[in-house]
Design a protein around this ligand. Sequence first.
Ligand SMILES: *[C@@H]1O[C@H](CO)[C@@H](O)[C@H](O)[C@H]1NC(C)=O
Ligand SMILES: *[C@@H]1O[C@H](CO)[C@@H](O)[C@H](O)[C@H]1NC(C)=O
Ligand SMILES: *[C@@H]1O[C@H](CO)[C@@H](O)[C@H](O)[C@H]1NC(C)=O
Ligand SMILES: *[C@@H]1O[C@H](CO)[C@@H](O)[C@H](O)[C@H]1NC(C)=O
Ligand SMILES: *[C@@H]1O[C@H](CO)[C@@H](O)[C@H](O)[C@H]1NC(C)=O
Ligand SMILES: *[C@@H]1O[C@H](CO)[C@@H](O)[C@H](O)[C@H]1NC(C)=O
Ligand SMILES: *[C@@H]1O[C@H](CO)[C@@H](O)[C@H](O)[C@H]1NC(C)=O
Length: 326
Amino acid sequence: MRLLTLLLLLAVQFSSQKSPNIAYDLSSIAESAAPWDIDGPCQVYVERLSVAIGSIVQCAANYTIPPKVCTNCIDEYIKYRHVEYDTKHLDKVWSLDNSTCSDVIYRNYLLSYVNELSQAVDTRIWDISRCADCISIEWNFENQTSSFHYSDNVITFKDKLELWRACISNYSDVGSLVDQNNTAICVNCNDLFTDLYKFYWTIYVTPNVQFCVDVETTMNDTVRLWNNVWNCSTTQDRKREFVPVTITAGLLVLFTVFFYLSSYIQGGGEVRRFVQYSTLADPRPARQHLLSTSASETNMSSRASRSSGSTNPLSARRPRANGQRD
Ligand SMILES: *[C@@H]1O[C@H](CO)[C@@H](O)[C@H](O)[C@H]1NC(C)=O
Ligand SMILES: *[C@@H]1O[C@H](CO)[C@@H](O)[C@H](O)[C@H]1NC(C)=O
Ligand SMILES: *[C@@H]1O[C@H](CO)[C@@H](O)[C@H](O)[C@H]1NC(C)=O
Ligand SMILES: *[C@@H]1O[C@H](CO)[C@@H](O)[C@H](O)[C@H]1NC(C)=O
Ligand SMILES: *[C@@H]1O[C@H](CO)[C@@H](O)[C@H](O)[C@H]1NC(C)=O
Ligand SMILES: *[C@@H]1O[C@H](CO)[C@@H](O)[C@H](O)[C@H]1NC(C)=O
Ligand SMILES: *[C@@H]1O[C@H](CO)[C@@H](O)[C@H](O)[C@H]1NC(C)=O
């Protein structure tokens, strides 16, 4: 029994001593030092791109709450695009087998991490934030002197926002904006708030014109401050609710119009057939015939008068139209 335990202990010790050796030294795969590094001359360009991608990604991550990548990370984005342009045009630098470094970085391997990351930056950060709706970039890749400007709508929004904020600060005690007499803020800055809100909604409901996520989140947070922190919507008289109610009503009308418009366009064929039915057969004679056979002679006159009431073209056609749609 003792011997068996000893043997078992030995076996355990043996295997536990052995286990570190199971982890092979993979440095010959993990690293490719000279003379094995066929792509050695290209490595420095990959690392340059990696730094550029790293800083735009870090900037976007830093500005996640609220998401405002367009206004905060525009410099990092332009820098990254410049470096990416260079990396894609490395035609004068070669690997040991004379592939251009651009080919090595983007095409020679099944997978290119920098390419995947670049696409993520472009689609999952920049495009998804709709930055193009706030910022126009005039690219100059050759000389790396791209410039940008904000759209007029953004500048107008910013001006109105600053006016409102100045008003809030004006009526706030120095220090915290949160703990103070809200009544003064709500009453005195109401007009500026309404002006800002109206401008935002005008853009918001205009087709084909929109703001980037930066402006949307700024407006959202402004409304949250106004309503939830300073309680202006409840402190104020109900006049404040007039604007959202009007907008909701307007949107409802708009949706209704769109709904009928789209069903009209989609059901174009049905509408035409429907029109043909109405011109083909006048349902009146058949109806009157049915009535005259089913009805007794005595109340014929009252039925006839009612049936003439129902020969109104709309009420006569409607059941057919419904039948067609089903
Ligand atoms: C992101 O935040 C970290 C920590 O504050 C800071 O060191 C870094 O510079 C920021 N990066 C960018 C791109 O803003
Ligand atoms: C690469 O090009 C250089 C100069 O054009 C040439 O000397 C060298 O032999 C080439 N190497 C290979 C592997 O083709
Ligand atoms: C870049 O700069 C050079 C010299 O300053 C100029 O000739 C060229 O037109 C510029 N390229 C672009 C695309 O602006
Ligand atoms: C700040 O308050 C003063 C007086 O209370 C007023 O005259 C001035 O117009 C206010 N400024 C803003 C930006 O609201
Ligand atoms: C808040 O301000 C209003 C108007 O300026 C004033 O009438 C009211 O007494 C103030 N309330 C407090 C608690 O200071
Ligand atoms: C703004 O708030 C609304 C309602 O809470 C939300 O649906 C919308 O996604 C928000 N917009 C942004 C850009 O966060
Ligand atoms: C705002 O209203 C909520 C509840 O209606 C209340 O709990 C909160 O203290 C109010 N905040 C201020 C600053 O008056």
